[in-house]
Design a protein around this ligand. Structure first.
Ligand code: URA
Length: 242
């Protein structure tokens, strides 16, 4: 084929690119690695971020859940891996609660560059990074997506959520993505960001309940046992979300 393309006067670098693309399509792991390489050398340079570090996504193909966080913290910025600091440790303990571990889920972020100032995480910055998330969904093909925190939810859904975040909890919504990204619908759920839970025990309790719900609804834990252990979800418990 290479010879044929050359006889057609196709430029050698174009032939190389074509071949690399063909290899990646046949090999999703290589394609995901290529997304990480693009993040590492991203030239968008959103002007208001620090650019002192970045984190890629990480996880298996066809994971039961893809978790989308906000942006890398200091630990993630240095290791280039998502959720390896305190928020990640909490996320891992929530996964254990429902019989999962981090190797079974896909962990990623809305924004890939580190910033010391979270006010700089704007819809524009999220939009600039969206291409990486969409590529990860197209290639890894998660069965479900869980957005952690308001920024992840609003950025992924591409609309502000006017009401209380509470109203988003413990329900699946279907998202339609372009057909070249995914055929059919993608079930999306919301929960609080683990960093918020580390700061506030009430959010911690909510996060635990949401993971118990995830475990039940995805058939990962025995429904009756999980409901008994966690106490059934009770709206009246949640006035503090106002
Ligand atoms: N917070 C995030 O949103 N993502 C990480 O990877 C770590 C902390």
């Amino acid at each position: 084929m290479v010879k044929y393309l050359r006889t057609q006067n196709v430029d050698a670098s174009e032939v190389k690119k074509l071949l690399a693309n063909l290899r990646e399509i046949a090999n999703p792991e290589a394609e995901l690695a290529a997304v990480s390489a693009r993040i590492a050398t991203c030239h968008i340079r959103c002007s208001h971020l620090d650019h002192t570090g970045y984190a890629c996504g990480e996880g298996p193909l066809n994971p039961v859940i893809m978790f989308i966080g906000e942006s890398p913290g200091r630990n993630e910025a240095v290791t280039h891996k998502p959720f390896v600091g305190p928020a990640g440790q909490l996320l891992e303990s929530m996964l254990q609660r429902i019989g999962l571990h981090r190797g079974l889920v896909y962990l990623t972020n809305t924004v890939r560059c580190f910033t010391t100032n979270k006010d700089r995480l704007t819809p524009e910055v999220a939009m600039a990074c969206r291409r990486y998330l969409i590529d990860e969904i197209r290639i890894a093909k998660p069965q479900t997506v869980v957005c952690l925190g308001r920024f992840a939810w609003e950025s992924f859904m591409q609309e502000p959520h006017e009401g209380r975040l509470e109203t988003l909890r413990q329900q699946w919504r279907n998202m339609h993505l372009p057909q070249n990204v995914r055929m059919g619908k993608l079930p999306i759920a919301f929960s609080y960001h683990p960093s918020a839970a580390l700061r506030n025990p009430e959010y911690m309790r909510a996060l635990e309940k949401d993971f118990d719900w995830l475990g039940r609804t995805l058939g990962l834990v025995d429904s009756a046992a999980a409901a008994g252990a966690a106490g059934e979800y009770d709206d009246e418990d949640d006035d503090f979300w106002d």
